[in-house]
Design a protein around this ligand. Structure first.
Ligand code: MSK
Length: 630
């Protein structure tokens, strides 16, 4: 019998309940109460059959009113709403990627941002046909950043990174006419297509949804990932800890939250500055602890081992500990509730981006030119706030797990090379993984991604599915809040191999890896796209033939649907535990769950019963193995 134990979800829930008691003392609101006020949800909205695209309406589709005032039916309305949802997600990820490119454009040896992985920069330059010989690395960085920014508005042609895909995938994209052109063009075209009086044909709307998703995954998100690696270092395995117990009652606690590592990297730097630590001691603290929430947390955990306090639905909990001096946010997935909540405590809620302005926050605008000085100001603000803490409100749940994170594609290949002792070139190989899958030691792999959603018991679907999959010898790569769910309970502890089937356990031991590999933040799902493409190349088959599926069991954001679209469009069957708002149209639903298979050789499965969702994923993986004859 295994000795290793995960933190049971009940303990996490008990910790939340205890924190809500503190909240009640100070009159704090929390999402659990707001959910009650918002349910039951509007049925028209849930089914996607409410149209607010022009002001003749809003129009809602009912049996008595099957068409809106313009004559659009349920299928057109649902399809348009879905495409707008995807465009929102693609715009958001891609704008994050653009900000990273701009930061790289301003990197300099004596500035706040540097080129930490010059080899990766040179590899990308060669991939893009840019001469590297004899060039200063910063000149090259600026040249590549400029070209990358051009990908957002390129006049002709398709996204540069598409050439990374397996040849058959590229052919499918061309044939289906879904190769993404300029990133901004796909978002803009989606808004154009869905304007009153344009497309209402489901097939055209879903085709553009896939194309826009691809502009994100193989465009904007990939830029975000690749150039973050160039500036902040390509992640490699590193030990850290996760769950609320990483906050330290004796220290100044700074929590970084959001997505863009440009801010959090510098906050981490200044939190280690001896001047700041001395100041913290003067205030009565023993030191400074930086921890993270959401994908900013993933970014700094992967590169620096900064502990992970929690995922999306933990963001209020970090304030409810009463021990958070500052929650510092950049962009995306930030509850506006943090403003009023922080006011119930001594916590400073510090917003930093013109993209994410919120009431009841202290706004310290962060930009490339002033980054160092603003990061120092933020850390100092947090440190000086320690004295305002109310000791009687401090309660940090003592829950903490060990985690090994930092499995970029490069790191995975390197780890495999170590096992086989093969001397491969700088780009490495996935052949040992192919061998494990072919022999059946590992049955397949699942990319677990996405958010929390109060429609699902927080983290229960992520954790339940991961436990089931690893017990069935299925390797997991995880990102975003799914990765944090795994880390919080211990699934990224190498000792979690004891929860695996015999085959996967053996692989974990040989390769010295945990069974759930942390591949990064939301934008880093682009890493997974290159991973499956390289896997298909090394296996000599198409991506859609691999025993690999994607899953977002608790997703909630527009970004998640954009991700789903590029994952599925890359040939990976994608399983969702929260049904998208498309059930009002059987035509759109049938396209997404079946029809698109004719274009991209993959489709969605929507299944809110998490046990069934797990069974269906395993079944799909086994079907693929049978089809391959392995
Ligand atoms: S943070 S998009 S809640 S994964 Fe990337 Fe988590 Fe979803 Fe935000």
């Amino acid at each position: 019998m295994s000795e290793f134990k995960l933190i049971p979800n009940e303990e996490n829930e008990a910790a939340t309940a205890r924190l809500l008691e503190t909240g009640a003392k100070v009159g704090a609101d929390a999402y659990q109460f707001r959910v009650k006020n918002q349910t039951p949800h509007c049925k028209f909205g849930e089914q996607g059959i409410c149209c607010r695209i022009c002001s003749m309406g809003p129009c809602r589709i009912t049996p008595k009113a099957p068409r809106g005032i313009c004559g659009c039916d349920a299928h057109g309305i649902v399809g348009r709403n879905f495409l707008r949802f995807v465009a929102g997600g693609a715009a958001t990820h891609s704008d994050h990627g653009r900000a990273i490119c701009e930061t790289l454009y301003h990197a300099s040896p004596d500035g706040a941002y540097h080129v930490k992985d010059p080899d990766k920069l040179i590899r990308i330059a060669k991939e893009w046909g840019v001469e590297t010989e004899g060039k200063d690395i910063y000149d090259l960085a600026h040249e590549i950043a400029y070209l990358a920014l051009g990908e957002y508005g390129k006049v002709f042609g398709v996204q540069n990174w598409l050439s990374r895909a397996e040849a058959h995938t590229q052919e499918l994209w061309k044939k289906a006419d879904i190769e993404p052109r300029a990133i901004d063009r796909e978002v803009s075209c989606s808004l154009h297509m869905t304007h009153m009086g344009n497309s209402s044909l489901p097939e055209a709307l879903i085709r553009q949804s896939l194309r826009t998703g691809l502009a994100d995954g193989w465009g904007g998100s990939m830029a975000g990932t690749e150039f973050s690696d160039v500036m902040f270092g390509t992640p490699k395995p590193i030990d850290t800890t996760a769950n609320l117990g990483v906050m330290n009652a004796e220290n100044v606690n700074i929590v970084v939250h959001g997505h863009d590592p440009s801010l959090s990297e510098l906050v981490c730097d200044y939190a280690e500055d001896p001047e700041m630590i001395a100041l913290a001691k003067e205030q009565g603290a023993k030191g400074i602890t930086v921890s993270g929430v959401c994908c900013t947390s993933n970014e700094v955990a992967m590169r620096r081992g900064i502990p992970m306090a929690g995922n999306f639905l933990q963001q209020e909990n970090v304030v409810l500990t009463g021990a958070c001096e500052a929650i510092v946010v950049d962009v995306q997935c930030i509850f506006p509730a943090l403003g009023p909540l922080s006011k119930c405590f001594h916590t400073k809620f510090i917003t930093t981006s013109p993209i994410c302005r919120m009431p009841d926050s202290d706004y310290i605008e962060f930009s490339v030119g002033t980054a160092a000085e603003k990061a120092k100001q933020i850390v100092k603000t947090a440190v000086l706030n320690f004295k305002n803490r109310k000791p009687e409100l401090v309660h940090i749940p003592q829950l903490k797990s060990k985690a090994t994170v930092g499995y970029s594609l490069e790191a995975i290949k390197k780890q495999l090379d170590t096992v086989t002792n093969s001397q491969v070139d700088e780009t490495g190989t996935l052949k040992p993984l192919v061998d494990c899958i072919t022999s059946g030691v590992i049955r397949g792999a699942v990319a677990m991604v996405g958010c929390n959603n109060p429609k699902v018991r927080p983290d229960s679907a992520h954790i339940g599915l991961m436990k089931k999959l690893i017990a069935n010898d299925i390797l997991i790569v995880a990102s975003g809040c799914s990765a944090q769910a795994a880390a919080r309970v211990g699934l990224m502890d190498k000792a979690a191999k004891d929860l695996c089937g015999d085959g996967l356990k053996r692989v974990c031991e040989l390769a010295d890896i945990p069974p759930v590999l942390h591949m990064g933040s939301c934008v880093d799902i682009s890493r997974m796209m290159v991973l499956v493409s390289d896997l298909a190349k090394d296996a000599g088959c198409h991506v859609s033939q691999l025993p690999v599926v994607g899953c977002a069991p608790e997703w909630m954001s527009e970004k998640a649907v954009s991700i789903g679209n590029y994952v599925v469009a890359t040939g990976i069957d994608t399983f969702l535990g929260v049904v998208p708002q498309v059930s009002g149209s059987d035509q759109v639903t049938n396209l997404l769950t079946g029809g698109i298979r004719d274009w991209v050789e993959a489709a969605y499965t929507f299944e809110p019963d998490i046990d069934k969702l797990g069974d269906e994923m395993i079944e799909r993986i086994e079907e693929k193995r049978t089809a391959l004859g392995i």
